[in-house]
Design a protein around this ligand. Structure first.
Ligand code: GTQ
Length: 373
């Protein structure tokens, strides 16, 4: 009886009616939303190779100079192929909520000051001599540092050194665009005045997890820059403990004045996969972008193997099964990642599930073939 009903449902007449509605910019609820039990991200699992991005940044260096009268930023951003239809004006992003780019600043260049409602954060990949000023505080960039630019703070970058400096930008641009809340403003001068001592937050938090008593009252980003040596010490400290079965040894960057994520809506972590680490698979509602800072290995995402090495970027859509493996016999693997977990938690969407079959490991159905330079 029920079966008969289902068969009757999609008559040619009804299908014509669906088309008729579509032409009127209307839709039939009975044929859509409720048919899927689980979320389906527009973003797909994907990987961008280091050499490809660096080669294109080289070309951008030949073609463009950064500074007033020219371009504000020289950055190449990651487009998730599943979200291409949201380009070029949507800055579709690497996942549904997250944007990431690789930016290079040449010696002598100044990236002019601006601010926007999307929150930004940077992971410094290579090179010395660059800095970023955020609301009057100048932070010197060194490889491995994590630097935050909270929403609506003035920021500009400078390279006063002798070599190009490369970093990853991560922002919640697709999320803000989706909500229609993308405000942007240029600073009236090329750069803003520096009105605090250099690396203010770094000095105030030299000791790690003790804070100046003035930070008992929460503020948006009292630390500003998370220096690599302290992050590394925290990861090394975890070595005496068993790694997490899914994430190895992972720490997250936090705001020391309130214990929450370092940068409001966008989360960030550093993962160390010890030599021989073979992670188990799980999935969660939040999405991530990984940057392989050091080492080599692979991540299986929804049955596809992504073989990575230092410098590569990987998009993990929300609710995709994934497990990490360090394939090196000598070197630990370090994965920087940025995520929309704070958003998912704020909105009450986060959930997580462990993969049950085959002792928690996915079967590998195929190997991802990245675009090579
Ligand atoms: O460096 O301020 O990749 O505002 C995208 C937007 C970098 C930046 C990006 C930005 C910046």
């Amino acid at each position: 009886m029920a079966e008969q009903k289902v068969k009757q449902k999609w008559t040619p007449e009804l299908l014509n009616f669906h088309d008729e509605l579509d032409e009127l910019n209307l839709g039939p609820l009975w044929a859509s939303v409720f048919s899927k039990a689980e979320p389906e991200s527009k973003a797909i699992p994907y990987m961008w190779k280091k050499d490809l991005i660096l080669k294109k940044l080289e070309k951008a260096k030949e073609l463009l100079q950064v500074g007033t009268g020219s371009i504000d930023r020289r950055a190449v951003y990651l487009i998730n192929p599943g979200m291409k239809d949201m380009q070029p004006h949507g800055w579709g992003g690497a996942t549904q909520t997250l944007y990431a780019a690789v930016q290079v600043l040449n010696p002598g260049e100044v990236a002019p000051s601006h601010r926007h409602m999307t929150s930004a954060q940077r992971f410094i990949i290579e090179g010395q001599g660059a800095s970023g000023t955020v609301n009057g505080v100048k932070y010197n960039f060194e490889p491995g540092d994590f630097v935050v630019t909270p929403a609506w703070t003035w920021h500009d970058h400078k390279n006063e050194g002798t070599e190009p400096v490369i970093w990853m930008d991560a922002l919640d641009i697709p999320f803000c665009k989706g909500l229609g809340t993308f405000f942007f403003e240029k600073y009236p001068e090329e750069t803003q005045p520096i009105n605090e001592i250099e690396d203010l937050g770094v000095h105030r938090y030299k000791g790690g997890m003790v804070r100046p008593i003035t930070d008992r009252k929460p503020s948006p980003a009292p630390l500003g820059s998370y220096k690599w040596d302290l992050t590394k010490q925290s990861l090394d400290g975890l070595e005496v403990l068993a790694p997490d079965p899914f994430d190895g040894h992972t720490v997250e960057y936090i705001n020391p004045s309130n214990g929450q994520d370092a940068n409001g809506r966008v989360g960030a972590r550093m993962t160390k996969l010890p030599v021989g680490f073979e992670g188990k698979a799980h999935r969660h509602a939040h999405s991530c972008i990984y940057h392989v800072y050091k080492g080599s290995g692979y991540t299986v995402i929804n049955g596809t193997k992504f073989e990575w090495e230092a410098g590569d970027f990987i998009a993990l859509p929300g609710w995709a099964w994934h497990e990490h493996v360090n394939t090196s016999t000598e070197e630990e693997a370090l994965l920087f990642s940025t995520n929309d977990l704070p958003l998912m938690e704020m909105l009450g969407f986060e959930r997580e599930e462990a993969y049950q079959d085959y002792n928690g490991r996915q079967e590998i159905a195929k190997v991802f073939q990245p675009i090579l330079p």
